[in-house]
Design a protein around this ligand. Sequence first.
Ligand SMILES: [Zn+2]
Length: 422
Amino acid sequence: MILIKNANVFNGTDDKLIQNVNLVIEDNIVTKITQDVVDESNADKVINANGHTVMPGLIDAHVHITMSAPFNVIDGMPREEIAIRSAKVAEGMLMRGFTTVRDVAGNTIGLKNSIDNGYATGPRILPSQAAISQTSGHSDYRQNRGQERVGQHEDSPLMKTGAFRVADGRPDVLKAVREQLFMGASQIKVMAGGGASSTFDPLDTLQYTLDEMKAAVEAASDYGTYVAAHIHTADAMRRAAEAGVMSFEHATIMDDDIAKTIKEKGIFVIPSYFTSSLIAERKIPLPNEETYRKTERVGKAMLHSADLIKKYEIENICFGTDCVGTLDVHATQSNELEAIEKVFDSITALRMATSNCGRLFEMSTYQHPYQEGKLGQLVEGAYADLLIIDGNPLEGVACVVNPDTQKVIMKDGVMYKNTLPQ
Ligand SMILES: [Zn+2]
């Protein structure tokens, strides 16, 4: 048993700290949060939080762990190199305080299993496996568009390694979704419209017919889980909402009509304010001028959509970074917390990076790989995934982001960082 004493708790939901409590951790679960005295003699370890804040570990609902370089560079890498780099990316995430992530395009099940079984260090991973799109969609990463190559989807190593998958028509979409579920996907990712980072598909394209998208939702929901869609425009969002897609990635260019629908249907929205600004400022290399133009448009529109999120009081919003690139790009992950705080406020940023993600992940029901405890909340019965912060995050999230004030990182009851005075 581990005892954390003299703690103030941010539980992931409430806008007030719970003052002066003791937390009891048995194995990997928080079993007690109490203002009563706890007998220290039974504890294997006692951590004096010294009046610091204990909060749930951070959660990132939109990562690409296997994408540790620009796409065209990864496309030339041997699988082993991609895998080893991915392990390093994952370790970096945990050491920034992210104890759980949802990967939304990448073959991460092997890394997830390795981390869960102690062969690698990193966060819990909810894998989507391959992101699925139509031919000519955002997942169609064939590099050679010469006529002789058309029809050969294996042309792109990114597609060969299982980061992307192309499927057309109801039977093929059903099969592609079921393949990801068979490999262990906890949710399904589809591409429902044009992308900013891909070179050939204009942002305004609609991808997948209503029936194809419904097929994806049917195959996912028959397996107890849901579909997350890469999506930028309001028209694409209308179609995806009608098909039953429950997680809108980016959701960039909203209008009042779709904002109302998102609120009514309880669809989750995962924007990425910091990464969009980085790309708009051209700090992340993109293939060409056209992709820069697309991302600049995305960055501006996302801020307008934030106003609609406020106007319609959309509460199902989650933290997601969408970092693609080398370790220094992934290292910007925590900056999103401060970016959200600027757009909304501290409590919204904190909820988005904790309990809101926990609720999103519960839509995976029996495909959820971590069912033993709650994620994203610090309550009795939650996984012992927590941070100890020198400061009050409700007064500003900088103390969560700063490695000097982020004193303790614990995941699954195991301590990965402890800089408290011993
Ligand atoms: Zn993404």
